[in-house]
Ligand binder design. Structure first.
Ligand SMILES: NC(=O)c1ccc[n+]([C@@H]2O[C@H](COP(=O)([O-])OP(=O)(O)OC[C@H]3O[C@@H](n4cnc5c(N)ncnc54)[C@H](O)[C@@H]3O)[C@@H](O)[C@H]2O)c1
Length: 441
């Protein structure tokens, strides 16, 4: 099948590459010329395990192409998948300008029947806006209306995106149009060989399902973070509590880790957008509001612990920071808790020597003009001359470090752990002060 993917970011590139790998001819469009140039040169603009070989082999096979040519992208396929960004607007609602611009371009240039799929995360009612935008473009050039709009939200996780796309838990298709549903069924058949994963539902239910999923996961994290702060205050250990409740099959172990707050390109903005659209609908979601507030506060917990240890004024202090990405196995720093911690430390007068196995380049770009933040090339280099170590990403290489070397390198042998990576007793035996989240320090 011919497929056009509009927007070649984390979602669009993975979607395009995986669809090409199943034998489709995929046209990946983006407005960012630099990104497309890099892709054409064979560079993968994002860090995503397993993605590069899939992109390379499908490009070589002629099934995957990258371009900024909008007319060619619309002409390429009946199926037009919109995977552009939906960042938060000033009022917290999802900013739909890129989605609407993509839809308008399809309306402006389409000649025959199109199935326009919104894969971007969009609030309920967006399919109607996409439809309206296309109708307006068609009307302005006196063209017929042969198209349909389908909601097909994406559930992949950065860091495991290829695996998630190739073996999805479910594929949500929001549509009541049999022709479009048949097309999407056929598109996704190669990705559901051992059982049917497609769930067909109303467009509005499909749009809400994506926010409901992220809202639920974010709720679990904020619940555990709030409980962790309580555990710390009353002498309980959140890790023991996590194991105690996770063993209940009704609860399960996933998304129960206490930490320094959730970040990334999805949870924070989706929680905001859900909260906003619920308020607009006259049905405010109190729980989701609390989830957001708890998370904002949690992003400052590690800085509070550092100030409690070293004093409010951190002038002259240097903190080593391991982990900048919002989670392991990605270079994505959007809304990462590391940004909040760095802000807090620099505001208190400290400098930061940071290291991340994948996000170093992105961090160097973000902090290029901030002399208080230095991005180092290795975990050990970040420790040199630092007063203490803070950890914010659960990268595998941080899980079992050389504690003797840490003790030797730091001026004060103290670790502030925003991911609860270590066993407090082991660190004590190593002569380290240990400040985890929700556990006895
Ligand atoms: N990143 C994730 O893990 C993830 C997971 C599930 C869903 N989503 C959702 O998918 C959507 C995309 O997220 P992302 O992380 O891939 O974003 P991204 O910012 O990495 O990529 C978006 C791309 O769209 C391009 N673009 C913008 N306007 C365009 C236009 N009119 N025509 C063509 N290209 C255009 C941008 O240049 C950019 O390259 C968002 O709605 C997001 O919420 C993201």
């Amino acid at each position: 099948m011919n497929v056009t993917v509009i927007g070649t970011g984390y979602v669009g590139l993975v979607t395009g590459a995986c669809l090409a790998d199943a034998g489709n001819h995929v046209f990946c469009l983006d407005v960012d010329e630099k990104k497309i140039d890099r892709l054409i040169r064979g560079e993968i603009p994002i860090f995503e395990p397993g993605l590069e070989p899939i992109v390379k082999r499908n490009e070589a096979a002629g099934r995957l192409r990258f371009s900024t040519d909008v007319a060619a992208s619309v002409a390429h396929a009946e199926l037009q998948i919109i995977a552009v960004g939906t960042p938060p607007g000033e009022d917290g609602s999802a900013d739909l300008q890129h989605v609407v611009a993509a839809a308008r371009a399809v309306g402006r240039l389409m000649q025959g029947y199109k199935v326009v799929v919104t894969k971007s995360t969009v609030p309920v009612g967006t399919a109607d806006k996409v439809k309206q935008a296309i109708i307006e473009e068609l009307k302005s050039r006196h063209h017929g209306h042969d198209f349909t709009v389908v909601s097909n939200p994406e559930f992949l996780k950065e860091g495991a995106a290829v695996e998630d796309f190739m073996r999805p838990d479910r594929v949500i298709v929001g549509s009541d149009d049999p022709r479009a549903i048949a097309m999407l069924r056929s598109l996704y058949t190669p990705f559901q060989r051992n059982r049917e994963r497609i769930m067909v539902m109303g467009v509005r239910s499909a749009e809400l399902t994506k926010y409901a999923a992220n809202g639920m996961l974010a709720t679990r994290i904020s619940f555990m973070n709030e409980l962790a702060n309580l555990a710390e205050a009353i002498g309980a250990d959140i890790e023991e509590v996590r194991r105690g409740i996770g063993s209940d099959p009704r609860i399960g172990y996933q998304f129960l880790y206490a930490g320094a707050g959730f970040g990334g390109s999805c949870f924070p903005k989706d929680v905001k957008a859900l909260r906003r659209s619920a308020a607009e609908a006259g049905k405010p979601l109190k729980l989701i509001g609390a989830v957001e507030e708890v998370n904002e506060a949690q992003k400052h917990v590690l800085a509070d612990k550092i100030r409690a240890r070293f004093g409010d004024k951190l002038k002259g202090r240097c903190i080593a920071l391991w982990g900048l990405a919002f989670k392991a196995n990605t270079d994505d720093m959007r809304e990462a808790p590391s940004l909040a911690l760095i802000d807090d430390l620099v505001a208190a007068g400290a400098s930061v020597r940071a290291y991340d196995p994948a996000a170093g380049q992105e961090a160097a770009r973000i902090f290029a003009k901030n002399p208080s933040v230095k991005v180092e090339q290795s975990a050990m280099a970040a420790l040199q001359g630092a007063d203490a170590l803070a950890i914010l990403t659960e990268w595998q290489e941080f899980r079992s470090p050389d504690f003797d070397a840490i003790v030797k390198a730091l001026k004060t042998p103290a670790i502030f752990d925003g991911r609860n990576l270590y066993d407090p007793a082991t660190l004590k035996a190593q002569g380290l002060e240990y400040y985890p989240i929700g556990r006895k320090s």
